[in-house]
Design a protein around this ligand. Structure first.
Ligand code: APR
Length: 240
């Protein structure tokens, strides 16, 4: 099957790639739905990554993101991220990378024009609409940092459960999905929408390939399922 998919890659003129937490697993970033460890074991990510959770327990949620930032800062892109970036460099304009990940590892691997549907964990934004006094560089450090004048708090610039995606990023991802002749769905459980819906929006005749060691909610949309790890399969699949 890997050989057939390799032929599809070689033949495809426009490839859309949708990645999820699984592509970063081999870098050492625990996937979102993996059990949390240590201090965080008693929380479910779904109960931390919401605006309500942040308003109810701002320092708990801020510190959780801080710990994730520190952990992600210590790891490096793996062979899967690098294979995608190298393919893009060898074939300019042929591959659009759409990711649900907020870890920035695709960008660090050198991928261009990454459509980060769920934002960037290393950036902050204001919790409430910023007033004239709210300046990022003047925020008072804390857990979370806040505006010294009005008390508005900083939060990570990621998309929380129940929030809208940035409409321009989503629209670009939809355009790439609707124009592709091959979509690779890598390392995502396919349970979170609208991201997962992209795999179902490819044109008639386009091929969808799921790359994942475990069954996913998108397997039924796939023309081929490669059961394996991203960092092991991608270098070979994308070697042309
Ligand atoms: N290679 C490929 N896939 C892997 C690997 C690997 N080495 N290791 C694990 N996986 C797969 C798992 O089998 C699982 O299907 O990665 C997937 C990770 O799924 P989730 O943890 O649900 O992550 P994801 O699909 O990215 O979540 C989507 O949900 O929580 C929100 O905003 C968050 O962006 C996230 C979104």
């Amino acid at each position: 099957m890997t050989e057939t998919v390799g032929e599809w890659v070689a033949a495809a003129r426009r490839i859309a790639v949708l990645t999820g937490a699984g592509i970063s697993a081999e870098s050492g970033v625990p996937t979102f739905r993996d059990a949390q460890t240590g201090l965080w074991a008693k929380f479910r990510p779904e109960d931390l990554a919401t605006e309500d959770a942040f308003r109810a327990r701002p320092s708990v949620v801020w510190d959780w993101y801080l710990s994730r930032r520190e952990m992600i800062g210590r790891v490096a892109p793996n062979a899967g991220h690098l294979a995608l970036a190298a393919f893009q460099a060898r074939h300019p304009g042929r591959l659009t990378l759409i990711t649900q990940n907020v870890d920035g590892l695709h960008q660090r691997a050198g991928s261009e024009g990454v459509l980060a549907l769920h934002g960037n964990i290393f950036e902050d934004k204001w919790l409430d609409p910023p007033r004239a006094c709210c300046r990022l560089e003047a925020a008072v450090p804390g857990s979370p940092p806040h505006c010294p004048q009005c008390g508005n708090r900083l939060r990570p610039a990621v998309v929380w459960f129940g929030e809208m995606l940035a409409q321009d990023v989503l629209a670009a991802a939809e355009r790439a999905s609707q124009a592709c002749d091959l979509m690779l769905v890598i390392g995502t459980s396919g349970v979170v929408y609208p991201a997962a819906g992209l795999a179902r929006s490819v044109p008639r005749g386009a091929k969808v390939v799921v790359i994942n060691p475990e069954p996913t909610e998108l397997d039924d949309a796939a023309h081929a399922v490669l059961r394996g790890k991203a960092a092991e399969l991608l270098p070979d699949l994308l070697r042309i």
